[in-house]
Design a protein around this ligand. Structure first.
Ligand SMILES: C[S@@+](CC[C@H](N)C(=O)[O-])C[C@H]1O[C@@H](n2cnc3c(N)ncnc32)[C@H](O)[C@@H]1O
Length: 204
C-alpha cells in the first residue's frame, strides 16, 4: 500500500482510536509500561494519544505520527491530561533525530505498520541515550498454531482495511535489532508483548 493511502486509512480511524483510549485491558498494560517513562520522551506513532493519561507530570514528550487526524486527537488528549508535549507530523521512517537525544523512547502498537520495522528499531536504538529506556507494547503472530493460521489468512485483507500487519514476529525482530530486553510480558496467546529494554550497542 502507498504511504498516502496508509495515511488516509489511519486518518479515517482517528475517532475510533479516540474512543479506544479507555480500553481497560490496554489501560493496565499501558500503565505498567509508562510508569517507567522519564525525562525527554519520544513517542513514535502516537495515534490518538492513548498513552497520555499515564505519563508522569514531569516528562517532556515529543510525539510523532503521519496522520494529521490522529495528531488532532492526540493534541486534545495532551491538553486534557496536561502533558507537556510537542507534535511532529511526519513519516517516522523518514524522520531523523540526533543520536542519543531521548531518555525514553516509546512505541505502542506501531511496529505492525511500518514497511521497514527493523530500520525503525535501529533508529530507536540510536536516538535513545545509552542509559535510556525503550518501552514497547507490540502485537504480532501468536505462538498458538490455530490462531497464527487465522492471522495469516486474514492478514492481507486486514492490512488493506486497517493498515496493520498481524503476522510480524515481534520477539524475533527485537532480538535481530540488538535491543537488550530487561523484562518482557506476553499476553493473548503471545500475540501482545510488553517490553522494557535498553538500547544496547550501536553499530559504528
Ligand atoms: C495501530 S495505531 C497505534 C496508535 C498508538 N500508538 C496507540 O498505542 O494507540 C498506529 C499509528 O501509527 C501511525 N503510523 C503508521 N505508520 C506510520 C509511519 N510510517 N510514520 C508515522 N506514523 C505512522 C498511524 O497513523 C497510527 O496513528
Amino acid at each position: 500500500m502507498t504511504k498516502e493511502r496508509l495515511i488516509r486509512t489511519f486518518d479515517r480511524q482517528a475517532s475510533q482510536y479516540e474512543k479506544r483510549r479507555i480500553d481497560n485491558t490496554q489501560k493496565r498494560w499501558r500503565q505498567n509500561l509508562l510508569v517507567e517513562a522519564k525525562g525527554e520522551v519520544l513517542e513514535l506513532a502516537v495515534g490518538a494519544g492513548a498513552n497520555f493519561p499515564f505519563y508522569a507530570s514531569d516528562v517532556k514528550v515529543t510525539a510523532t505520527d503521519f496522520s494529521k487526524a490522529m495528531l488532532e486527537k492526540a493534541k486534545q488528549a495532551a491538553s486534557f491530561h496536561q502533558v507537556d508535549a510537542e507534535f511532529i507530523c511526519g513519516d517516522i521512517e523518514g524522520l531523523n533525530f540526533s543520536n542519543q537525544s531521548f531518555d525514553t523512547i516509546i512505541s505502542t502498537l506501531s511496529l505492525c505498520c511500518y514497511d521497514q520495522p527493523l530500520i525503525v528499531l535501529d533508529n530507536i536504538k540510536r536516538w535513545c541515550k545509552p542509559n535510556g529506556t525503550i518501552l514497547l507494547m507490540e502485537h504480532g503472530i501468536s505462538t498458538n498454531s490455530f490462531i497464527s493460521l487465522i492471522q495469516k489468512a486474514i492478514n492481507p485483507l486486514h492490512y488493506r482495511i486497517v493498515g496493520c500487519h498481524q503476522t510480524r514476529n515481534i520477539p524475533e525482530m527485537i532480538q535481530q535489532s540488538g535491543i537488550i530486553i530487561e523484562k518482557t510480558e506476553s499476553h493473548w496467546f503471545n500475540m501482545v508483548h510488553l517490553i522494557w529494554a535498553k538500547p544496547g550497542r550501536i553499530a559504528d
